[in-house]
Design a protein around this ligand. Structure first.
Ligand SMILES: [Zn+2]
Length: 75
């Protein structure tokens, strides 16, 4: 990830389109917000890329996290 992105969007959150088709490792991260440098992402980025899973990673700013009332977790 580019240095600018890390600074502007320090948080990543995983979004799953269809939970019934998602892989377990993606489900574990669903609805969670973790810092970009969390080891969890090393195992999951690039994300499974399985078409049937359809998970997406959203980059978030600290403000976005606050506005959505999300909690940043460690794992
Ligand atoms: Zn996935």
């Amino acid at each position: 990830m580019a240095e600018t992105n890390k600074n502007t969007f320090p948080y990543l959150s995983l979004w799953i389109v269809d939970e019934s088709k998602a892989q377990p490792e993606c489900l574990a991260l669903n609805d969670k917000v973790l810092r970009w440098d969390n080891p969890c992402w090393e195992n999951n980025l690039p994300l499974c890329e399985r078409i049937e899973c359809q998970c997406h990673v959203t980059q978030m700013t600290e403000l976005m996290v606050k506005q959505k009332g999300l909690k940043v977790v460690d794992k």
